[in-house]
Design a binder for this molecule. Structure first.
Ligand SMILES: C[S@@+](CC[C@H](N)C(=O)[O-])C[C@H]1O[C@@H](n2cnc3c(N)ncnc32)[C@H](O)[C@@H]1O
Length: 236
């Protein structure tokens, strides 16, 4: 089998390079040492993979035991910064492959870093299989995942049966997986995967609490697309 055929179908492409705008780089230089977790990479620096033998302990990282939210694909951090500010009693770990997005999020924190937020620069589809203890998340959020609207690209979509298993292992009984998308076809595909999954039960189609308006929602609405919110409960 060729290396190409062995490569995983990814839910993302490496957009441009990892160059950050100056203000985002300054925020990165100021905060990344404390807030971006330094995880071991099996394929060297610049890889989006995390050594599968490596585990993080949220209680040790945050120095407390608190409800944990995992945000997958936090982008420029609008939801993350809003929610972490509104819920100082919760902890948040964001997985994002796009370093400029993490830099932008750090810049949004302003002069005071949010002590209840950490980042892992990694492909969540793979890293979440091993990185965190099973049942450690109170909630998982996947807001406006890349839609991959072309039929030939649907296999790149993050929400798949495999990924639903990964998230099910991560979320504690009665916890939630909250999703939002502005693409009807993807919303239908999410429902097909999750409504048919034994670990998940649809409990709400209302707007997720703490989900602010973001560029992606605004762009979708302006283009005439409908926003779908889905909240699934993890069966005990
Ligand atoms: C369309 S953006 C949405 C960003 C944000 N959730 C929002 O609503 O503004 C999707 C984000 O998911 C990230 N992403 C895509 N696949 C990912 C993966 N497998 N692991 C981590 N992040 C991923 C992309 O880099 C991008 O920043």
């Amino acid at each position: 089998m060729t290396a190409h055929r062995l490569a995983r179908t990814r839910s993302f492409t490496r957009r441009g390079d990892r160059m950050l705008k100056r203000s985002h780089q300054e925020a990165w230089d100021r905060y990344a040492g404390d807030l971006v977790l330094d995880v071991p990479r099996p394929h060297g620096e610049g890889s989006t993979a995390v050594d599968p033998a490596y585990r993080i302990d949220p209680a040790q990282i945050f120095g407390r035991s608190a409800p944990l939210v995992i945000e997958i694909g936090s982008g420029s951090g609008d939801a993350l910064v809003h929610a972490a500010t509104e819920r100082p009693e919760w902890d948040f770990i964001a997985l994002e492959v796009w370093r400029p997005g993490i830099g932008h999020t750090l810049a949004k924190m302003g002069r005071e870093p949010l002590t209840n937020v950490r980042f892992v620069e990694a492909d969540a589809a793979i890293a979440l299989r091993t990185l965190l203890p099973p049942g450690s998340a109170h909630e998982v959020w996947t807001f406006f995942p890349d839609p991959w609207p072309k039929t030939r690209h649907h296999k790149r979509r993050l929400v798949s049966p495999d990924f639903a298993d990964t998230v099910a292992a991560l979320v504690q009984p009665d916890g939630r997986w909250r999703l939002a998308t502005d693409w009807d076809h993807y919303a239908g595909a999410m429902r097909q995967v999750l409504d048919g999954h034994t670990a998940w039960e649809l409990v709400s189609t209302g707007r997720a609490p703490l989900r602010p308006m973001t560029r992606f929602e605004r762009r979708g609405t302006e283009a005439g697309r409908q926003i779908t919110d889905l909240a699934y409960r993890r069966h005990p």
